[in-house]
Design a protein around this ligand. Structure first.
Ligand SMILES: C[C@@](CO)(OP(=O)(O)O)[C@H](O)COP(=O)(O)OP(=O)(O)OC[C@H]1O[C@@H](n2ccc(N)nc2=O)[C@H](O)[C@@H]1O
Ligand SMILES: Nc1ncnc2c1ncn2[C@@H]1O[C@H](COP(=O)(O)OP(=O)(O)O)[C@@H](O)[C@H]1O
Length: 320
């Protein structure tokens, strides 16, 4: 009989097309209307069975590598212990499959293209990929709803990379509804050498906006997506966290200016930042904006990508 010994899953980064943020809730989270858009920057997560050891012994083995085009310098910020979101995902699937700690022992390799602490949900993508990989590896047989529920336990942003495409997240962002999007949108992402902490940006938002209203959706954004209309989408992009990210990182204003001056239709901070996202008119326009941003010296690197793209997908199950 053959058994699956390793599974590789890739999962996409996101950019937030609309991030409407309400007041802080009693549980410390914020109600959101969060329109996620999956873009073609992918982390790959490979989970393989490790030798069973004595119960309670040892940390998971986690290797992190820079994917082609990834930033080596970012990798230092990725936890190599049980706190890694991929390791936490593996533990949740083992729990659902009823596996003992020894039987659930795995090695995890992450090939990272998504910037770390960049507002593009790279850790969440790794968690989503690990959920799918471990479901296959452990034969857990979880359906989409069960995987979504485990994802929401891991973080507000984790359900989205399982789904992919474009979707609106309500609640703390974890309750998803797909949003139809036509054609292909071309993006440029200006990466920063240092990350920004998501809780710190939400905290700064509370300081700047103690009177925040309840978050609302935007019909113009939905229409622009449905029509596949880049200028209309550019006009509708909105991120309520941007003033907070700029307050903590004033230098990002220069990055946004440089991309807009280079011909981007619009530039916004991606989620909690510090990555800046620029919507370009087409693929050639995106290449020009990326080149100009790199020359401007206002970012560490500029990457082009398109959206939307599908959610987490299995690349290779290995059998022996
Ligand atoms: C801001 C967003 C936008 O998509 O992502 P990033 O741009 O950081 O990737 C998300 O809301 C981040 O989601 P995620 O990174 O999964 O956050 P979680 O682990 O659930 O929460 C981390 C912390 O962020 C804050 N948080 C998160 C989500 C939310 N709706 N309200 C919050 O206030 C809380 O301080 C919480 O303790
Ligand atoms: N697999 C992972 N990859 C990246 N960061 C991780 C991972 N697991 C846990 N983290 C932690 O999550 C934090 C946020 O990372 P990330 O998801 O990359 O950024 P963001 O929340 O800004 O989108 C990191 O600073 C790191 O401490």
């Amino acid at each position: 009989m053959t058994a699956v010994t390793a599974v590789t899953v890739r999962a996409p980064a996101k950019v937030n097309l609309l991030l409407a943020v309400g007041p802080v809730r009693e549980d410390g989270y914020h109600d959101l209307v969060n329109v996620f858009h999956a873009v073609s920057l992918f982390d790959e997560v490979t989970v393989r069975r490790a030798d069973p050891g004595p119960a309670g012994a040892g940390e998971p083995v986690i290797d992190v590598h820079a994917a082609a085009g990834g930033l080596d310098a970012h990798l230092a910020g990725v936890p190599r212990d049980g706190d890694n979101l991929a390791a936490r995902a593996a533990r949740l699937v083992a729990r659902e499959a009823g596996l003992s700690e020894e039987r659930a022992r795995v090695r995890i390799r992450i090939d990272k293209a998504i910037p770390v602490a960049g507002g593009m949900a790279g850790g969440s993508a790794d968690a989503a990929a690990a959920l799918l990989a471990c479901d296959a590896l452990f034969g857990a047989g979880l359906d989409a709803a069960a995987l979504q529920a485990l994802a929401a336990e891991l973080g507000s942003d984790v359900p989205f990379p399982l789904l992919g495409g474009t979707a609106v997240g309500t609640g703390r962002g974890e309750v998803l509804e797909p949003v139809p999007s036509r054609g292909r949108f071309h993006w440029v992402f200006a990466l920063s050498e240092r990350g920004l902490s998501t809780p710190a940006v939400f905290g700064e938002y509370d300081r700047l906006r103690p009177d925040a209203p309840q978050p609302r959706g935007d019909a113009a954004l939905t229409a622009a997506l449905g029509a596949g209309d880049p200028p209309a989408l550019a006009a509708a992009l909105r991120n309520d966290l941007e003033p907070a990210a700029l307050s903590l990182r004033p230098d990002l204003a220069r990055t946004l200016d440089a991309g807009r001056e280079a011909g981007a239709l619009a530039g916004i901070v991606s989620g909690s930042g510090p990555t800046c996202a620029f919507l370009a008119p087409d693929a050639d326009g995106a290449a020009e904006v990326a080149e100009a941003l790199e020359k401007s010296g206002t970012c560490e690197r500029a990457l082009t990508a398109h959206g939307d793209v599908p959610g987490a997908e299995t690349v290779t199950p290995a059998v022996s």
